[in-house]
Ligand binder design. Structure first.
Ligand SMILES: Nc1ncnc2c1ncn2[C@@H]1O[C@H](COP(=O)(O)OP(=O)(O)OP(=O)(O)O)[C@@H](O)[C@H]1O
Length: 776
């Protein structure tokens, strides 16, 4: 096998006037030399310059892509009409798009909050309002601001459809990758926020995600321009001659065995609509031929696995010649062909081995790169050539099945691993078919990050806790890398400013000495993606948020992370050269185990659902760690940084435990206080009741005494009045004798008759009074 190292794809993004290697043309310049007429179409030099621009232009101009581009249609595309993308004016180093998830029926069942806590203010700004603050429940301990405004390159409301979303976020990257520039797109968000829906799509018609659409557009565009697969990609940037026996398609025919196999089981639950096709076509330089290669990786528990590793022998017949019943090629793999176990006691044993991440050899670069070791590749990762979108989609579906078989997608809607799909484009000028050095390699990597697990909300323990820790670790490291790159950029900016102010010459070596080390090495995810951040590719981050989710704090962290990301320029100089040489054997902060270990666990795959037949398969999964690294091949690692990372992780766990303890103590204290208060209230109630009773008794006694007094007074009065009456009686009798009652009318009697009636007896006093008046 003839192997010839080729210059790096970075060469295509180097300015063509770069004097560094006059004796060897960069690919871009060689292409220009051969075909001057292509100059306008392949201008990597200008592109590079623009890709370095800071966040000057956050254009939210209306989408210039014709409406036809991504509309759901099954009609045959017109080769003459192409999508037009205005990407040159819109080149933020890292674009961050926010996609707000609509509320689904499942949310209502799961008891999500009723009103969203995200309120778009404009196309680029959104206000986040803590739902608990509005009803006075905002926790004292929470560090989150109850209301914050975040800005994004663009905000997609819940009503956004998949075609529109693809056109605005991903289509420019597809164009770039076909023109020779590498791009990265990743989705970030908490569990259930819509990351997988965004990348892969849903089950409804027209809901295909950005990955299948990307494949459609690539194959629509390279139609009639595909190469013969003479060269194959190796490592990150390398190219070598493909072995003679390599067929045009590596996908084997699916041979149906009489026994029910894993693929049968998994196929039942696969509902992806492969007829959902995007017909967008990009205009390409027809002097070039293109070959498309696919790899599919999973990062799980800080181990890297190849999801295509067990794909059948590529020398088998071309799948296209054996259409399946559905008309869709159904590739399979050694694992998936295995017959299903008949009982739970005899699980099917499957094993896979983790792959090493290694620094790219300098030979893969063109020699002009100042840090050839910047990029890392996954040693042993299979890169398969695909010749049609249907073939690619079927292969990816196979990879998905492997994820389920190995338990990282088993029985749960939640993906607990980071899934990385890399589409590699090898572009070769037709006039240079035999010159491997003229091949341009570009990559488009789409990453479906695992949801940032919420250990607080889910009762996570054991294996799940380890997974959650690793997921959070890699996301934390990603955030740390961004933070460090931003800090470094500020240091550089300050140094530049100072040198301009003082008029002195800036010594870049001094500046570099002051830069912090970007901790890419501290998680597998960042190691794999690092070359996008230190290189010149475009990076797009999609932030997915479910505004009805109960985890306001987690979503708030996601928003903060995105704000941080947008400030990072991807061409930041790194402090890689400052890393102290260190071998991972000593154990302190060692990232790699010195001996390969293996982990066994049980996985149950169940399929079915409403109206479907339930099926279950019991598997035992053996995961072997990667081989101990070839030390000479390894990059030095700084033990201090590693130790600090371990410390951060330990502190994070401590913090979590402390928070849990605090919550328990708070609950206990509240309970105690409540009981004490209750007791006090009870005592007070008793005391007041006693007092009340006493007062009532006293009052009653007083009343009795008063009544007695009154009665006594009354009886005395009665006695007195009876004696008076008797006296009066005597007097009256005497008066009556003296007076003549016929000629002197009695006033009292008159009054009585008129006012009080005749029943009352005449008062003796009144008579006495009359007598007195008469006397006067
Ligand atoms: N834009 C959308 N429109 C309609 N449904 C959506 C949308 N986004 C997400 N969903 C639905 O919400 C649910 C959760 O989405 P998804 O599985 O993509 O979340 P995720 O962030 O990938 O979760 P995890 O990290 O756990 O894998 C799914 O049922 C999906 O169909």
């Amino acid at each position: 096998m003839a192997t010839k190292p080729k210059p790096s794809a970075r060469s295509r993004t180097k300015p063509t006037h770069a004097p560094s290697a006059p004796d060897r043309l960069t690919r871009a310049s060689s292409a220009k030399a051969i075909s001057p007429t292509l100059e306008l179409k392949s201008q990597p030099a200008e592109k590079k310059a623009s890709s370095r621009m800071p966040l000057l232009n956050r254009s939210n101009s209306p989408d210039k892509v014709p409406a036809r581009s991504s509309q759901k249609t099954l009609s045959v595309p017109k080769a003459s009409s192409y999508a037009v993308i205005d990407s040159e004016n819109d080149r933020e180093p890292i674009k961050a798009f926010l996609r707000i998830r609509p509320q689904t029926n499942d949310d209502a069942e799961e008891g999500s909050i009723s009103s969203p806590y995200l309120e778009p203010i404009s196309d680029t700004a959104v206000r986040m309002l803590d739902p608990s603050s509005s009803n006075g429940l905002h926790s004292r301990a929470s560090t989150i601001n109850p209301s914050s405004v975040y800005t994004f390159s663009h905000i997609f409301p819940p009503s956004t459809h998949q075609p529109e979303f693809f056109t605005k976020t991903t289509l420019p990257l597809v164009k770039d990758v076909l023109e020779g520039q590498s791009c990265l797109l990743f989705t970030y968000g908490v569990t259930n926020s819509g990351k997988t829906y965004t990348i892969q799509g849903g089950h409804e018609e027209g809901s295909a995600g950005i990955l299948p659409r990307t494949l459609d557009v690539i194959f629509n565009s390279v139609e009639g321009l595909q190469g013969d697969g003479r060269y194959q990609p190796v490592r990150l940037q390398g190219v070598e001659l493909a072995p003679e026996s390599c067929p045009s398609s590596p996908i084997s025919q699916y041979v149906k065995s009489s026994k029910r196999s894993l693929v049968d089981l998994l196929d039942e639950s696969a509902t992806a609509d492969l007829s959902d096709i995007d017909h967008t076509t990009l205009k390409l330089d027809r002097n070039y031929e293109y070959s498309i290669w696919l790899s599919y990786t999973e990062v799980y528990n800080e181990k890297v696995y190849d999801l295509f590793s067990s794909v059948d022998d590529p020398s088998a017949a071309d799948v296209r010649s054996t259409p399946t019943t559905t008309g869709i090629p159904r590739p399979t793999s050694t694992f998936l062909n295995l017959p299903l176990p008949t009982s739970q006691s005899k699980p099917l044993l499957l094993s896979r081995k983790a792959l090493q991440v290694k620094p790219c050899p300098l030979a893969d670069y063109d020699g002009t790169s100042d840090a050839g070791s910047q990029g890392k590749y996954i040693a042993g990762l299979r890169q398969l050539r695909v010749t049609s979108a249907a073939q690619a989609k079927a292969l990816l579906r196979l990879g998905q099945m492997h994820r389920r078989v190995f338990g990282t997608l088993a029985n749960s809607q939640s993906s607990r691993s980071h899934a990385i799909v890399t589409i590699k484009v090898l572009k070769l000028h037709r006039g240079e078919r035999n010159n491997s050095a003229a091949i341009q390699t570009s990559r488009l990597t789409l990453v479906d990050l695992a949801g940032s697990e919420r250990t607080k909300h889910t009762q996570t323990s054991g294996e799940r806790l380890r997974e959650a820790g690793n997921i959070n670790k890699s996301l934390m490291v990603l955030g740390q890398c961004m933070e460090t790159m931003r800090t470094n950029q500020r240091i550089i900016a300050r140094s530049l400013e100072a040198s301009v102010d003082s008029g002195s010459r800036l010594d870049t070596r001094d500046v570099k000495k002051g830069l912090a080390i970007v901790p890419f090495r501290h998680s597998k995810l960042t190691e794999i993606l690092m070359d996008y951040f230190v290189g010149e590719g475009r990076v797009v981050m999609i932030v997915n948020v479910n505004p009805y989710d109960t985890g306001y704090d987690e979503n708030s962290h996601v928003m903060k992370f995105s704000a941080l990301t947008r400030e990072v320029a991807t061409t930041a100089p790194t402090a890689v050269s400052r890393i102290v040489p260190y071998r991972a054997k000593s154990g302190l902060g060692s990232v790699r185990n010195s001996d390969a270990a293996s982990h066994r666990r049980k996985v149950t795959i169940s399929t079915g659902g409403p109206g479907k037949k339930m099926s279950e398969a019991h598997l035992e999964v053996l995961e072997e760690d990667e081989e101990p690294g070839d030390e000479d091949d390894d990059e030095p690692i700084n033990p201090l940084v590693n130790a600090l990372f371990d410390e951060i992780e330990a502190l994070r766990m401590q913090l979590f435990e402390s928070e849990m303890r605090c919550a328990i103590i708070e609950a206990d204290t509240r309970e105690e206080v409540m009981q004490e208060m209750e007791e006090r209230m009870h005592n007070m109630e008793k005391m007041y009741t006693r007092r009340l009773m006493k007062e009532i008794e006293q009052n009653e006694a007083k009343m009795d005494a008063k009544i007695d007094m009154i009665q006594r007074a009354n009886s005395q009065t009665l006695l007195a009045s009876s004696s008076v009456e008797e006296d009066l009686q005597d007097i009256t009798e005497e008066d009556e004798i003296e007076s003549t009652p016929e000629d002197e009318p009695n006033d009292y009697e008159h009054g009585s008759d008129s006012e009080f009636g005749p029943s009352r007896s005449p008062s003796p006093l009144a008579s006495k009074g009359n007598a007195a008046r008469r006397n006067r």
